[in-house]
Design a protein around this ligand. Sequence first.
Ligand code: SAT
Ligand code: MN
Length: 609
Amino acid sequence: MNLNELKHAGLKKWVEEIAALTTPDAIVIADGSSAQYDALIEETVESGLSTRLNPEKKPGCVLFRSDPSDVARVEKRTYIASVKKEDAGPTNNWIDPTELKATMTDLYRGCMKGRTMYVIPFSMGPLGSPISKIGVEITDSAYVVCNMMIMTRVGTKVLDLLGTDGYYVPCLHSVGKPLAEGESDHGIWPCAPMEHKYISQFPETREIWSYGSGYGGNALLGKKCLALRIATVLARDEGWLAEHMLILKITNPKGESKYITAAFPSACGKTNLAMLIPTIPGWEVHTVGDDIAWMKFGKDGYLYAINPEAGFFGVAPGTSKDSNPNALIAASKNTIFTNVALTEDKDVWWEGIGYDAPGKLIDWHGNEWVQDKGNKEQPPAAHPNSRFTAPAKQAPSIAPEWEDPKGVPVSAILFGGRRPSTIPLVHMSRDWNHGVFLGSIVGSEVTAAALDVKAGTIRRDPFAMLPFCGYNMGDYFQHWINIGKNAPVPEHLPKIFYVNWFRKTSDGKWLWPGYGENSRVLKWVFECCAGTAKTVDTPIGIMPTVDAIDRPEGVTEEDMKQLLAVDVDGWLKEVADIRTNHYPKFGDKLPKELAAMLDVLESKLKAAK
Ligand code: SAT
Ligand code: MN
């Protein structure tokens, strides 16, 4: 289909304006057909940008290698360009929108010369769902088009839904001009130097402008840019929640199901939990989503969640038959791999795949690589942030109702992080505001190697939304409080939990095995929602009794006591850290309900001492 067939006058005008600015050689509209997908992939194979994988081992799969400078989201080049700086808040980068648009317009000028401009109409969420949103991405990257075709619902059906004047979020993307001035093109994966990269959200006008990166969340604008940063703004204004959460369904042996959403900072196993295989006989877990949840009140007063995405953009390293067999199967066909290693027989390999590298590999740089197991310093064959882009429907664990336009009613919301001490295996909030408090204090321990901070430091990542909230995080906390206040049926609000799979003994051993065994904790969560759980009230909230959770093999009663103990001194340190280092960041935007919650926690802990 061509530009003249676009029935939406506003969209056509926007596409023409961008074409005049960026001067592409051709314009192609993504129709969502598999013929178009195949042709685009074939083009990338022919140009050398991608490699087709072994059709017997990985049918319909390709491998891309990005530029070594373009391998992850770039938080320091990500902007919330609200009119007032205060509206971006203390946790976001800000540039005045007029100034930023002027800078970026200069960069965009002529940037698509020699390339094709693609117009991608996409729906975040099932087509026509009252919770879904439509976006249109303009990009000069075929890689982006193909990834968007897996991650979202793309094509003419979306244009039909949009009609002649429907609302869409405009998302403009270019991989940018080559790395160095005068250089014809930097290698085969074009991108701009760091100081020219901009991932910009304009919250008032609900626009996304991205320049200079071709990778992941910088370039697939439906994901973090629309489904989180812009969606949080829409959600605030329209009274719903756009969250960085997986959605899973848990079913007990009687066939009764509950839906749970969960937010964790990165590297805490969100995709693994979403696809977990329970170790408790008779229980089942199914996947609705692994990264983002949009939740809106239904007529019955329950919060209904949809997964706005249609695929998984999962981290490859560490994914194995043991850690996540469902993800491996999901990514066994029709999948785009990025920056993993290639085997001699054109299969993929990565660190933590569960077996040694077979023979000579081509690493993510495109160089020969032979595993040297004695050498701990050997650079990895797959980039640590290498990815698979796989259709969600290919996961054996996918819930049959994952595309239900009305969403699924949420019974429980989990928050969690990587906390070797203090935070117990699980506790439940006393009420909604206490749950909001738990979300606001989410943090994860960082290692000295990972970030430029002292080992053992807690990096606070409220609601796991630090890089993804499109407005002032203090106002975002208030929005969560307001959702509770305005709940049509307060008893139908989800219960809120804080979990921690990462407790260690004083000599550094894991206290809890994690993975499939986490189903034992999910079972207790299920029972809390059903009103059948064994619970005890403690200064920090509602906890399981020591015998409430069946112990996995290797976990002793002593371990369980430790996992479920209230560490009063540890929590008092936590309170002090929140009071002096965390909450003051939000100034007078910090909701009074949260300040009060901190005081209550402190006095309960002191009374227990
Ligand atoms: O690159 S993405 O933002 O899509 C994934 C991630 O960093 O969480
Ligand atoms: Mn994520």
